[in-house]
Design a protein around this ligand. Sequence first.
Ligand code: ADP
Ligand code: MG
Length: 282
Amino acid sequence: PFIKDRQKAEDISAVYELKEKLGEGSFSEVWVAQHRHSQRLVAVKCIHKRALKGKEALLENEIAVLRKVHHENIVSLEETFETPAKLYLVMPLVTGGELLGRILERGSYAENDARPVIQQVLDAVRYLHQLGIVHRDLKPENLLYESPREDSRILISDFGLSKMEEQGVLSTACGTPAYVAPEFLQQKTYGREVDLWAIGVISYILLCGYPPFYHDNDTQLYRQIVEAEHEFDSPYWDSISESAKDFISHLLQKDPDTRYNCEQALQHTWISGGEVLERNIH
Ligand code: ADP
Ligand code: MG
């Protein structure tokens, strides 16, 4: 079995009613579910074990790790269920939608609106890195707003298990490695630095509304990424501060050793010296 501790013998349907499918990936689905007794709504990620053949030990380990993660900017794992075919991960339901949706709606974010988003992500990723966890799949689809409010807290989701999809990371939904770090593309060994690269890409997109690395031709795209070749094009970046550009360039460093770590990024003046942050994030 995948779940060693606190294993639930009962089927999830005795406890939760699965109501509506929120999303579907290559090896999992996410549902809104209702706790039958308390009526409380939750999100349930259903993982098809069949798709994980040979990686059971890895998954078992990841779930043990996920249980230990408690941070205000990370979607927590509440409980798990297991049947012969499926594994169910119960999480709090968040209702604010994906960061991607808001970027598409707004076009781009003003610096003062982008800053708290990036700061919260950095704070959560620093916590994960301290626990020895690398997310590996940070992107605006995996950053969820807790509520529809404009000042809603942002939460990281869908992590840990990304290790399960080794090939999946390179060939994401649309076939673009938009958030993937140079060392990953070059199949060098890679570590926590890949998360900082992804935060650099996300910061870039938030501020201008388009990705730093883009090419119709995959070979050209790979080359751009491997060279960390990014520009702050006119006129889109003309009104954006030098401090923001400097922050992003320290994250989009080709060499993982010179790339900022979470601590350095949090201390950069664009983050720490910006407008006083709204402390009571709802
Ligand atoms: P996948 O491996 O398919 O990417 P995710 O965990 O990223 O799985 O979930 C897919 C989508 O389901 C997310 O992008 C988000 O829109 C939605 N989702 C995931 N977790 C939650 C949650 N806790 N509350 C609300 N929606 C969620
Ligand atoms: Mg996802």
